[in-house]
Write a protein that binds this ligand. Structure first.
Ligand code: 9MR
Ligand code: ZN
Length: 546
């Protein structure tokens, strides 16, 4: 718990005690292993826990890295594959401890998936599953329709979106979809998983998604459209979820939410069909009613917070990619030519066929289309494949140019930059899936960045690594009074356009993008968590652990 939250004291902010940056989870024995040193050196040693040197490698000068402002040296120790626990040391500095072993990322995969359980709303978290992070039932009361307070609705369930207790349809649909695509593409990684959540007769990842899907279905209005969000009028103070007893509201329909609901339910129906036929049927009926509404309402209905509400807006400028995703997923679920036609006719206006959400979702549509068993339009399938090939080539170039191996444009160091890192990993994985290009080294590099190979030498996943973020802008993590944050939370990360008072105070003008970060509860634009920042990390880890 960061007790300094309220007085904006910054003295507790720590910089890494380590001078050499490695993946703090570690490396597969056969994996590419590279440490980054932001200082001149000729060679580096791999040392065991007793300090004995077990391997020495020559350093290379990568050169100046503008995103970090560092003159970077790297050392490759891929040739060293003996399982064990090590540090890299050079020039009187060391790295954090890391392991070399088979299955070294399994625990991070488990943790990042379990994070969704910790965010469940509408239930209590039982000690058996949540341990010290158990808490009583939250947000069980009916919600009033914001625009007509005589209407009261049961919209309990789902995941809390983020550091706040809001629940938003577009955000939830995209996060669940990332997990479902991950399962479709890499089932081996998830079939064997046991993350200690209430058991259902299916892999844990599907049980966890089901919890969100049941809520998403409740967010459908009688006319088939989807309400945009369910939140209180104002963000709660930093209290436990069960202590947040303000009136809940459901906010009016948006066309993005309706399209995303159709898409995720249709996608989910294909996943649950063989596991739970009744559930797949109700998903399909929700998807069909939402798609029916979309057909009857071709105009864009966006969303802006009404007067008196300050919870997340999740406004979008158009719903083009959302509708495209809905029809692609409907076609994938049904094989119905009418949906195929609608998808193809909407495709030309889609700006990016590789975009993985939460706003632009063209890439999710592409995944649905390319994964589906039905007949495809050859030209359009080729258009999708080449969009991924082109984007992946660009990402490989960025990754090679970066001293830290991260495939990021400067502009991507924005609110939730770690989502961009992981989404870029997803695009590389999708390119590999569709085009057969081996992107494994580049995908692993994106994970290494997240877990410590970055200019601050910090692991951006709570509970993984000797120097990991621990004070996210996450209400229960503050209010539970427990020093250690619950594990597996992927935080937003560096943001070169800090947008909260704390960040504006502590991030000096001119700080290089990769260093615009502080591990403090107060900073929502640097250090919040959300479900759709965790979900692309689960996808990338699914690829890696498959
Ligand atoms: O993730 C969203 C980010 O891209 C936006 O820049 C930011 C400001 O509008 O909002 C973020 O979403 C927040 C949402 O509105 C409410 N729940 C927490 C989300 C993460 O900060
Ligand atoms: Zn809740």
């Amino acid at each position: 718990m960061n007790t300094k939250y309220f007085d904006r004291d910054t003295t507790h902010l720590k910089t890494t005690p380590f001078g050499i940056f490695t993946d703090q989870a570690g490396y597969e024995p056969k994996g590419i292993k590279k440490a980054v040193m932001p200082f001149p050196c000729d060679s580096a040693d791999i040392c065991d826990t007793e300090g004995n040197t077990v391997f020495t490698a020559k350093a290379e000068h990568h050169g100046f890295d503008a995103q970090s402002g560092d003159d970077v040296y790297t050392v490759s120790f891929t040739g060293f594959d003996r399982p064990g626990t090590y540090r890299v040391s050079a020039g009187g500095r060391t790295s954090a401890l890391f392991e070399i072993k088979d299955g070294v990322y399994d625990k991070v995969l488990d943790d990042t998936l379990k994070a969704f359980y910790y965010l469940r709303c509408g239930c209590g978290l039982d000690k058996r599953y949540a341990g010290a992070y158990a808490h009583a039932e939250c947000h069980r009361t009916d919600a009033l329709l914001w625009d007509d307070r005589s209407v009261s609705l049961d919209v309990t369930g789902g995941w809390h979106d983020a550091g706040d207790y809001g629940r938003y349809v577009t955000a939830g649909a995209v996060a669940a979809a990332h997990l479902l695509y991950a399962y479709k593409m890499y089932p081996e990684a998830f079939d064997r998983q046991d993350i200690n959540i209430p058991k259902e007769n299916m892999p844990d990842i599907l049980a966890e998604c089901r919890y969100e899907l049941l809520w998403l279905m409740k967010m459908q209005a009688a006319d088939g459209s989807a309400y945009h969000k369910a939140t209180t009028a104002l963000h709660a103070p930093f209290i436990m979820p069960e202590d947040d007893r303000e009136q809940l509201y459901v906010f009016r329909t948006s066309s993005m939410a309706t399209a995303d609901l159709a898409a995720v339910c249709a996608l989910a129906a294909t996943v649950y069909r063989d596991i739970d036929g009744d559930f797949a049927d109700s998903l399909m009926s929700t998807a069909e009613r939402a798609a029916g509404w979309l057909g009857a309402h071709p105009g864009f209905i966006g969303f802006d917070n009404p007067e008196g509400c300050n919870t997340g807006g999740y406004g979008e400028r158009d719903d083009i990619s959302n509708r495209f995703w809905a029809y692609a997923a409907m076609y994938a679920a049904t094989g119905d030519k009418a949906f195929h036609e609608r998808m193809l006719s909407g495709a030309t206006a889609v700006s990016d066929l590789t975009a993985m959400g939460y706003g632009e979702v063209g890439g999710l549509a592409s995944l649905s289309y390319m994964l589906c068993p039905h007949e495809k339009d050859d030209d359009f399938a080729e258009t999708i494949r080449s969009a991924f090939a082109k984007k992946a080539a660009e990402l490989r170039r960025l990754s090679e140019k970066s001293g830290y191996g991260v495939a990021m444009h400067d502009r991507e160091y924005c609110w939730g930059s770690n989502m961009n890192v992981m989404k870029n990993g997803m695009i590389l994985a999708a390119d590999e899936y569709m085009n057969g290009t081996d992107n494994s080294v580049f995908i692993a590099s994106q994970l290494h960045y997240l877990l410590g190979v970055n200019a601050l030498g910090i692991s951006y996943v709570t509970g993984t690594g000797e120097f990991a973020c621990n004070y996210p802008h996450l209400r229960p993590a503050f209010a539970d009074g427990i020093e250690e944050c619950m594990p597996g939370m992927v935080i937003g990360g560096p943001n070169s356009r800090p947008a909260d008072p704390f960040a504006c105070e502590v991030i000096a003008q001119g700080t290089p993008p990769m260093k615009c970060y502080a591990d403090d509860t107060a900073s929502y634009s640097l250090n919040e968590i959300t479900i759709y920042w965790n979900s692309p990390a689960v996808f990338v880890l699914g690829y890696i652990c498959r």
